[in-house]
Design a protein around this ligand. Structure first.
Ligand SMILES: Cc1ncc(COP(=O)(O)O)c(C=O)c1O
Length: 342
């Protein structure tokens, strides 16, 4: 196993990590700075995190009566879920290719990881999922909705069949919810074993590291037992509270990214040898004639993207492009068009 790789992005147009590329408006930043100035850095956080949990629930559609748990990014929540499930012989299961942290965190917590390959068109291979669930009886199944790195959503009926077949928990990871605008959050009451996990990262706050997870009280109580009491720091808490008061700004940015995603997708479709996959997230997975060569070509033109072609056999020849600002996307489209003509 190697450490999660994070390349040096200084000086590049950074389209490798699904961040929101927009800064906050200057007046809002000044107000935020004032809010942060008032935070008492000498005090520990209050570990109930009541105010920020209430604001998340109210603004982001957590159903009434569903408790919320916070993490230092959803990366930490994934880790805590697996830590809590790590009985000897426990199995975690997820479709592959998928988000690498499920497997990494499982292995780090001594949980066996079972990956179930997607179909060639990147849809869920439902019979294979159901067979693997019956064989391995996973303590937890991770379903990224939409999926990273393929960008697509799954059919509701496929997820429902997986949930019904699951002997343990099913975590629906909605990290890209602002771009997909479809959610299992309102179905939590229907399925006691489902947890919905989200993050503020992709909405525009990757730097503050705040993930949240909602589900039935009897499960959240168990996960709270493994959460370090002060895992979310006071600056993150204050910044999140402030930004939830100004959610309209982040929502408008997400809307612009959704329309830029369409523009980028349409441009990719016109390029010779380029096969983009439809995306409900803020990135597009695309097959190109020479993934390593094109990645290097983009780097030479000052653009950093992610070559995912080595991650899984189904991804051979694939690059993952984060949707940037209109100007960044213009640069990306121009660079890719040049590469397609060489
Ligand atoms: C599907 C998925 N879940 C979770 C995360 C992690 O998000 P966070 O920044 O909250 O740790 C990512 C990040 O790329 C992701 O793609």
């Amino acid at each position: 196993m190697s450490a999660y790789p994070v390349p040096d992005a200084s000086g590049f147009i950074k389209l490798d990590a699904m961040e929101n590329p927009f800064d906050l408006p200057a007046p809002l930043k000044a107000q935020l700075a004032q809010r942060l100035t008032d935070v008492l850095l000498n005090r520990y956080p209050v570990p109930s995190y009541r105010a920020v949990k209430d604001a998340l629930a109210a603004k982001l559609g957590v159903p009434e009566g569903c408790p919320v748990m916070l993490g230092n990014g959803s990366d930490e929540l994934i880790h805590l879920v697996l830590q809590a499930c790590a009985k000897p012989g426990a199995v975690a299961l997820a479709p592959l290719p998928g988000f690498v942290m499920y497997e990494m965190s499982a292995r780090l917590n001594g949980v066996k990881f079972v990956g179930v390959p997607l179909a060639a068109n990147f849809s869920l291979n439902l019979p294979a999922m159901l067979m693997a669930i019956a064989e391995h009886k996973p303590a937890v199944i991770f379903i990224a909705y939409p999926n990273n790195p393929t960008g697509n959503l799954w059919s509701d009926s496929d997820i429902e069949q997986i949930v019904r077949a699951a002997p343990g928990l099913v975590v629906i990871d909605e990290a890209y919810h602002p771009f997909a605008q479809q959610s299992w959050m309102n179905r939590l009451a229907q399925f006691d074993k489902v947890l919905v996990m989200r993050t503020l990262s992709k909405l525009g706050l990757a730097g503050i590291r705040l993930g949240y997870m909602a589900g039935s009280a009897r499960w959240i109580e168990q996960f709270e037992k493994v959460r370090p009491p002060y895992n979310v720091n006071v600056l993150t808490e204050a910044a999140a509270l402030f930004m939830l008061e100004h959610l309209d700004v982040l929502d408008a940015q997400a809307a612009q990214l959704r329309s830029e995603r369409t523009r980028l997708f349409d441009a990719l479709k016109q390029m010779k040898g380029v096969m983009p996959h439809p995306s409900a997230a803020n990135f597009i997975l695309t097959r190109v004639p020479d993934a390593a060569g094109w990645m290097a070509g983009l780097k030479a033109r000052g653009i950093l993207i992610k070559n995912v072609s080595g991650m899984h056999p189904l991804l051979s020849g694939c690059l993952r492009l984060t949707v940037g600002t209109p100007q960044e996307n213009d640069r990306l489209i121009a660079a890719l068009t040049e590469l397609a003509h060489t």
